[in-house]
Write a protein that binds this ligand. Structure first.
Ligand code: GUN
Length: 282
């Protein structure tokens, strides 16, 4: 196989930002997002910092409320309810994971579905399931945008999604189904993962296991979308062994620089959509 096409998320994210800048300039408000972060998880700190920085670069308003690790569920929800009422707040994002003593589902349910820029409220998840999405979760939306940019068709293709998380696996499987792909969701209980991957034309790996997908597990010409961000010995590794799998792939997203930048770009897109929908309602 010749060198694969590298799915360059940084480049595609830049093109999204160019479009968003124009949209923002036409809005009657400067969109504003509030991030809620609980505890001192270094990865969460770094993600939220990157999101805030991107807001600034686009001329959007972004700020973070930090709670201590021991904060009560009711205090977090109380803050969300007050942000729901605040007409000057367009988007609310609760950075995950939350500490174990907090019921994530209850927290996410308390967000106004029109401010739920992460698309994790059951109302938004339900709309996606019905094929009428409002806010699509950012990583799944970013994957579709990345494939679209490179003119990689998904309709009619056999796609394996590796992982069934609420934030990536499940919604991306749904979204791909909405785009007419034939989707198989694989997970820790899948009997013969290699057989499932071998008959797939596109593989979306979002299982959180460094270098799980090896060259012998995929077919020649496969398109690989690697969602993994695994920190191992100070290095960030994907769920796919890039160096060996790339010789079989027709296209592959790198880690870092593939799906990661797309996630933030789609968050910004959702924030602009939130501000647009709210300005139409008022
Ligand atoms: N933690 C890791 N990724 C995400 C994300 O996309 N959204 C939120 N809220 N938390 C995350």
């Amino acid at each position: 196989m010749s060198e694969p096409l590298i799915l360059d998320g940084k480049k595609v994210a830049e093109s999204v930002y160019q479009r968003l800048l124009l949209e923002v300039s036409l809005l009657p408000v400067v969109p504003r997002i509030v991030f809620l972060r609980v505890g001192e998880d270094p990865a969460s700190q770094s993600y939220v910092r990157s999101k805030e920085k991107r807001c600034l670069e686009l001329g959007l308003r972004g700020e973070t409320i930090v709670f201590s690790e021991s904060v009560s569920e009711d205090e977090v929800i109380g803050k969300i309810l007050s942000l729901n009422r605040d007409k000057d707040v367009n988007g609310i994002l609760v950075q995950l994971p939350l500490p174990k003593h907090i019921d994530k589902a209850r927290v996410l349910r308390s967000i106004d579905p029109y401010k739920d820029v992460d698309g994790l409220h059951p109302e938004n998840a339900g709309l996606l399931l019905q094929g009428k999405p409002r806010f699509i979760p950012c990583t799944p939306a970013g994957i579709i945008e990345l494939l679209k940019f490179y003119n990689i068709p998904v309709a009619g293709k056999r796609v394996a999604v590796l992982g069934r998380s609420e934030i990536v696996g499940r919604p991306v499987a749904q979204l791909l189904t909405n785009h007419d792909a034939t989707v198989t969701v694989c997970h820790s209980k899948t009997q013969n993962l290699t057989a499932e991957l071998l008959r797939s034309e596109i593989v979306v790996a979002a299982i959180g296991k460094p270098k799980l997908v090896q060259a012998n597990m995929v077919s020649s010409g496969v398109v690989i979308v690697d969602v993994g961000i695994n920190r191992v010995d100070g290095q960030i590794l994907g769920d796919v062994d890039f160096d060996t799998v790339k010789s079989k792939a027709s296209a592959i997203s790198p880690v870092p620089g593939g799906v990661g930048p797309m996630t933030i770009a789609m968050l910004m897109k959702n924030l602009v959509l939130a501000a647009t929908l709210q300005s139409q309602k008022n």
